[in-house]
Design a binder for this molecule. Sequence first.
Ligand code: ATP
Ligand code: MG
Length: 752
Amino acid sequence: DARPDADLLAGLNGPQREAVTYRGPALLIVAGAGSGKTSVLTRRIASLLRTREAYPSQILAITFTNKAAGEMRERVHQLIGQKADGMWISTFHSACVRILRREAEQFGFTKAFTIYDSGDSRALIKRLVKEHEGDSFGLTPAGTQSRISKLKNELADAESYARSANMSDPAERVFVEIFSSYQRELQRANAFDFDDLIAQTVYLFRAFPQVADVYRKRFRHILVDEYQDTNHAQYALIHELTRPVGSDAEPFSSGGMMIFEAEPSGEQAASLTVVGDSDQSIYAFRGADIRNISEFERDYPGAKVVLLEQNYRSTQNILSAANAVIANNFDRKDKKLWTDVGAGDPIIGFTGYSQHDEAQFVADEIEALHKKGVDYSGIAVFYRTNSQSRALEEIFIRSAVPYKIMGGTKFYERAEIKDALAYLVAVANPADGMAVRRILNRPRRGIGDVTETAIARYAAEHGITFRDALANSAQIGVGPKLQKAIDQLDAVLTEATAVMLPASGELAPSSSVTEGLTLLLNKSGYFDALRASKDPQDEARLENLDELIAVTREFARNNPEGTVIDFLTEVTLVADADDLDDASGSVSLMTLHTAKGLEYDAVFLTGVEEDLLPHRISANEPGGPQEERRLFYVGITRARKRLHVSLAMTRAQFGEVTVAMPSRFLQEIPADLIDWRQSPGDVNGRGGSQSRALNARGRRPGQTGGGNRYGDDLVPLPKRAPADPSKFPNRIPAKVRDNGDMVLAAGDRIRH
Ligand code: ATP
Ligand code: MG
């Protein structure tokens, strides 16, 4: 008479078991890092299926990345021994795209809508800021974009914002105008930006209760991982889905009494399970709201709460460091992680003279670990900002350490890849004028701004799309050469449309995306232009496009019935931790934000310096330093057996050498837990000649060839573009005095 899911419970501790087996409307699992939250969520899904309490199609599980979704699906498959295809395990964004593709026609979009990533939406906002002369009111494209994004995450639109804003301020009026034109342009282009995917789904559910009911009836069990990083729109989405079927109106107030317009029908609301750790909330800058967790019990009265405290990931030394660091955040519930695996190795610390010196330490340690039998794929290096990866890469290449950058390569942000995707969008969603305009003169066809404006004007006058206007080149009144160029582009797009989107009724073959893309790049002359070029960069661009074609082939294999629209959805929703291919056999490099939820045998936390971690920008944000501390906590708790913390006393950036100080967070780790190979004090020294420890090139005076063992004059990498200084406007380099003197007073603060 064993439970059918008994084997799923084997090896779980008491609270974990309870988290898997509890049945009720709402369950909150709060627990520190590595305590099995994600594992428990996975087993809970397996248990619901095994006991036949749920069909796969009744489950909606939300994970943080597509990769995490894939792993969870795979794990459930292993646990129950059968494929559960109808399950929705996906990110918030992917789930909403699926819903919107089905329902878009309800509210003025088509199912072929485009998804604007942040680069696309930046381009549109830039144009609008210019048109509205926003800069004379102090509005920048970046600032405007982030304000709009924040508002959307709060489910505010231009109108509702205008009601609360001070509209006598001209800058506010212009902002509201830009916000509403932005929204109009998106709608006209049949496009959603990232924030819209969630917000518009919420609007859809609120405006069309019968549509919401379809999903409320379908998803009987909703499970959300990393709940601490949900923002208000995501919270509202979950809330809509977990309302009782038939509860088609917000309660409205009448004479002081709350009244439901319609009585909720007999059907129970879906059960909701959320797991999270408020100490790991690191997305406040994107609107994540810890209150979603702390107020869960209020929002879901009678919710069961399970606490997990035993950590199964890390050694006690690592956990003690994590506990000590996070204890410095106020306003949190104290919880202590413990483990029974023992103290383990001490944390290793290292202070480099320069970032190259630091990188060499990391490379040397990795080689040593590798010799001891640690697999490269079990090792990760984390940093706060993407630009830090460059110094690491240079040294790794010299030292022949195989590595893979997660999220940093930004494959889909490269110009040639964006061009190729714009060609696909121009076919899939001809209403998207931005995409068509992007490819108008790529490759160069001699079509300049004047012609583009003429086409746009023609389209506006005739109430047709930019794409349709191309077909009327004769009427636009351009010269014969331009007319020919436009006609050629139009013909290529039409031909590709026939390949990828055959007339209704016919199904495009699974290879249609590959075929269509190849056709577009060949017949548009895009490939020829790159091949004819003498610029060595263009060689790399060709390789990247080949890679993209390879991605379409793989897509066709995995989705035999997938269309060009599905393909575009997939590549647009790739998150930082979702990489083109997996990192097997290589060390993973990534930012701390990307590291969430992952675990590695050995972890290197680099650049643990003031102004970098905590990052300089956080100083001006309310709660910023606390959020940075959580980020550091996330980093520490990724390590299973070995943790390294390192910093560099000087950092060369944008041609200037910055003097760095050890991060305040290092002091928060109990001194006896860190074994300093080279402490900040060793590098800085105290008094005398030691205070002249470094000159501007990071060398000790009197030494030739570099006091840092490896010199700063490294060969630059051919394929990686240098860091973009405009991305770090707040990092003001402190110039080293001309005689090379500098005093690193902070070095004395750390004892060892
Ligand atoms: P994070 O907060 O970092 O997301 P988490 O709470 O989701 O962590 P998991 O990733 O689920 O934790 O688990 C951490 C590690 O502990 C995993 O390797 C998992 O397999 C292991 N683990 C979890 N529970 C147990 C258990 N009862 N026995 C043995 N190992 C376990
Ligand atoms: Mg987890």
